[in-house]
Design a binder for this molecule. Structure first.
Ligand SMILES: [Zn+2]
Length: 234
């Protein structure tokens, strides 16, 4: 009889909703994309796009971009952040994922996907828990500080406006941090790799992309969005 490991001495079974979700995947997507899966298993993955997103359960890049298997290489962390290039021998998950995507897979695009109502950014802005200095998350969210410094104190700004500005400025700072990696900077300067900033509105479902010429985030696919959601509801 197999000996249970410490982490297996739990009382709760594997979540039923995951079994049900897998069942739906099985009869839906897997059945339709079986050839694609077996092809990818044989040839390996070659995604052209790396997405850096937030862990937030509402902003899955594969769902938002309706991505098929093998299309997106996704890195998710709290606040969709990238620490600056620091080759110090520490185990750096984000840097390792970037290195693999850029150096081995040779992706053509890196998209930093931020979002509205980001809990990590709000907690940083309001200096509320669980961001105590000893915690992992507090230390991690300190990466927001340069963005907060750039937009200045909140002052009279409504909180929602301030948070949106902080969320979007933080995405741009993440692009700046990406450029501190020499093997990202070089292909960007050569034009073989492009960095993009995008922002998803959780409540509205609107996707905005930053125009490098103006520095402003502008909604994309507005025609379709208006066609589907612009009509009177009744
Ligand atoms: Zn978030």
């Amino acid at each position: 009889m197999a000996v249970k490991r410490v982490h297996e001495r739990t009382v709760m079974p594997f979540p039923q909703e995951l079994i049900e979700g897998y069942r739906a995947f099985l009869i839906g997507r897997l059945r339709h994309e079986q050839d694609r899966y077996s092809g990818l298993a044989e040839s390996g993955q070659s995604p052209q796009i790396l997405v850096i997103g937030c862990c937030d359960s509402r902003v899955s890049p594969e769902v938002i971009f309706d991505a098929r298997p093998g299309e997106l290489f996704v890195v998710r962390n709290i606040g969709n952040l990238v620490p600056p290039y620091t080759p110090d021998g520490a185990q750096r998950a984000v840097s390792a994922a970037l290195e693999f995507a850029v150096q081995a897979l040779k992706v053509k695009h890196i998209v930093v996907l931020g979002h509205a109502q980001c809990g990590g950014i709000r907690a940083f802005a309001e200096e509320t828990g669980p961001l105590s200095p000893g915690d992992f998350i507090g230390h991690w969210m300190a990466l927001i500080a340069p963005a907060a410094a750039e937009i200045g104190p909140r002052g009279d700004r409504p909180l929602a406006d301030y948070l949106t500005q902080l969320e979007q400025t933080s995405i741009v700072k993440t692009l700046d941090n990406l450029m501190t990696f020499p093997w990202i900077k070089t292909p960007v300067e050569r034009g073989t790799l492009t960095l993009h900033a995008a922002y998803f509105g959780v409540a509205t479902g609107q996707l905005s992309v930053r125009d490098p010429a103006t520095g402003k985030f502008a909604q994309v696919a507005t025609d379709d969005y208006r066609r589907i959601f612009g009509q009177p509801r009744f």
